[in-house]
Ligand binder design. Structure first.
Ligand SMILES: [Mg+2]
Length: 181
C-alpha cells in the first residue's frame, strides 16, 4: 500500500504557527488568519516569515508515531506538497532539513504541486491525506481514495479525520488490522 500525505496542516501545524507571526505583522488584530491577507500583503508576510514558520512549526500530535507505525507495516509514504512555489525556493532545503531533524520517515517527497492528482497517480498512491477539500476533489477524480484532515464535524465530501490517532484507525480498517482498543 502507498499513502500520499500533504505537509501543511496535515502533517505539520502550519497555520496555527503562521498566525502567531501574523500578530507581529498585523498589529491591530484586524485579520486573524494570514490566508485572509490580500495577495500583496500575503506575499510580503511570506517574504518576512515563511522560512521561520517552516522551521519552527511543530509536527501535529501523534503524526510521527503513526508514520513510524505505517513504515513498520511496509506501507510506503509519499509526501506531495505545494511548498517551493511562489518563488520561495528556499522552502525546499528548509523542509528537507526539517524532516530530517524531526526524524520523519518517508519514501519520497514531491515539491511545488498545487495540483497533486497527476503526481499521486504516477506514484500509484492508494490513499491521499490532505486538509484541503479542493485538492482532494481533484485527487478523487483521478480514481484515488481520499481522506480529509480537518476540524471535527467539518462538512466534507470526503471521509474526515481530525487527529493522527484517527488516521491510524482509518488505515488499520483499510488494511484489515485488528484494533487494540
Ligand atoms: Mg495542506
Amino acid at each position: 500500500m502507498i499513502i500520499g500525505i500533504d505537509l501543511d496542516d496535515t502533517l505539520i501545524e502550519t497555520t496555527k504557527t503562521g498566525n502567531k507571526y501574523l500578530k507581529i505583522f498585523v498589529k491591530d488584530n484586524s485579520i486573524t488568519d494570514y490566508h485572509d491577507l490580500d495577495k500583496d500583503e500575503y506575499l510580503r508576510f511570506y517574504g518576512m516569515y515563511l522560512y521561520d514558520i517552516q522551521k519552527c512549526a511543530p509536527l501535529k500530535k501523534g503524526a510521527l508515531e503513526v508514520l513510524n507505525y505505517l513504515h513498520s507495516k511496509n506501507i510506503k509514504i509519499v509526501i506531495i506538497t505545494a511548498r517551493g512555489t511562489l518563488g520561495f525556493s528556499e522552502s525546499i532545503p528548509v523542509t528537507l532539513d526539517y524532516l530530517k531533524d524531526h526524524n520523519v520517515i518517508y519514501d519520497k517527497i514531491i515539491f511545488k504541486k498545487n495540483h497533486k492528482s497527476a503526481s499521486a497517480k504516477q506514484e500509484k498512491i492508494d490513499l491521499f491525506i490532505d486538509d484541503k477539500e479542493k485538492v482532494l476533489d481533484e485527487i478523487r477524480r483521478a480514481g484515488i481514495k481520499t481522506l480529509r484532515f480537518t476540524k471535527k464535524d467539518e462538512k466534507s465530501n470526503h471521509d474526515v479525520v481530525s487527529s493522527w490517532k484517527e488516521v491510524k484507525i482509518y488505515i488499520d480498517n483499510l488494511i484489515g488490522e485488528v484494533k487494540n482498543e
